[in-house]
Design a protein around this ligand. Structure first.
Ligand SMILES: *Cc1c(COP(=O)(O)O)cnc(C)c1O
Length: 217
């Protein structure tokens, strides 16, 4: 696929669900991809990207931001508290807020800076032990705790278990967001972004369907 065919599929999925054109934004997930694939997508005019690791993004995006105006970068992978300031230097959004120690660190750092990126709480909808994220039954309380730290929350993010029906997980994420008044839903990857687009995603995170398979390092 190419980014334009992915975008056409998203447009069709949104239309089929009666959703407004453009109501789900496509994040091109560029982790591990060779630089020339990333610049090809930038040259085509796309500006919204996602990365998994602070260090990898730090080695790539400051130079790309000098070459291309209007880049918007989202952190999708786990964030260690000792990398919070580096992450705030690099990213416009953090989608992996998943614990109170990180929320506290983000609250202090963003108050010092007087600016906060868009924040998404990651929910471990499948309650998988190896996966990051707040468990669904602790989500409401964690959202309340973040709000009491004056952290502005944009929405929720989830990565469903690989062998389960993603729609069930997308529905659960949407339900938690809705009852907590959170407008943004980051869900859907290469294998299931059309389902996510139909089910209310506002951000779709698509890597291999745009760039091709990730070449292992
Ligand atoms: C890698 C990654 C993606 C993109 O995965 P693809 O299957 O290549 O589309 C999306 N979200 C997160 C959190 C990821 O780590």
């Amino acid at each position: 696929m190419t980014i334009s065919s992915v975008q056409s599929s998203i447009d069709a999925a949104l239309a089929s669900a009666g959703r407004a054109p453009g109501s789900a934004r496509l994040i091109a997930v560029s982790k591990i991809q060779p630089l020339e694939r990333v610049t090809a997508v930038l040259d085509g005019g796309h500006r919204l990207f996602g990365e998994n690791r602070v260090q990898e993004a730090a080695g790539k995006w400051p130079a790309l931001r000098e070459r291309y105006d209007g880049v918007e970068l989202h952190l999708l992978g786990p964030l260690q508290t000792n990398k919070v300031n580096a992450a705030l230097d690099l990213f416009d959004a953090i989608q992996s807020l998943d614990r109170l120690s990180l929320a506290k660190k983000l609250a202090t750092a963003t108050q010092e800076r007087g600016a906060c990126p868009m924040l998404f709480i990651q929910i471990n909808t499948g309650e998988e032990p190896q996966k990051a994220g707040v468990s669904p039954n602790e989500a409401d309380q964690f959202i309340t705790e973040c709000r009491s730290l004056d952290l502005p929350l944009a929405g929720l993010m989830a990565i469903p278990p690989v062998n389960e029906e993603p729609a069930l997980h997308f529905a659960l994420l949407a339900k938690i967001a809705s009852r907590n008044g959170l407008p943004e839903l980051s869900m859907g990857m290469s294998s299931d972004f059309e389902i996510a687009a139909r089910m209310g995603a506002t951000y779709l995170r698509v890597g291999s369907a745009i760039f091709g398979e990730r070449v292992s390092a």
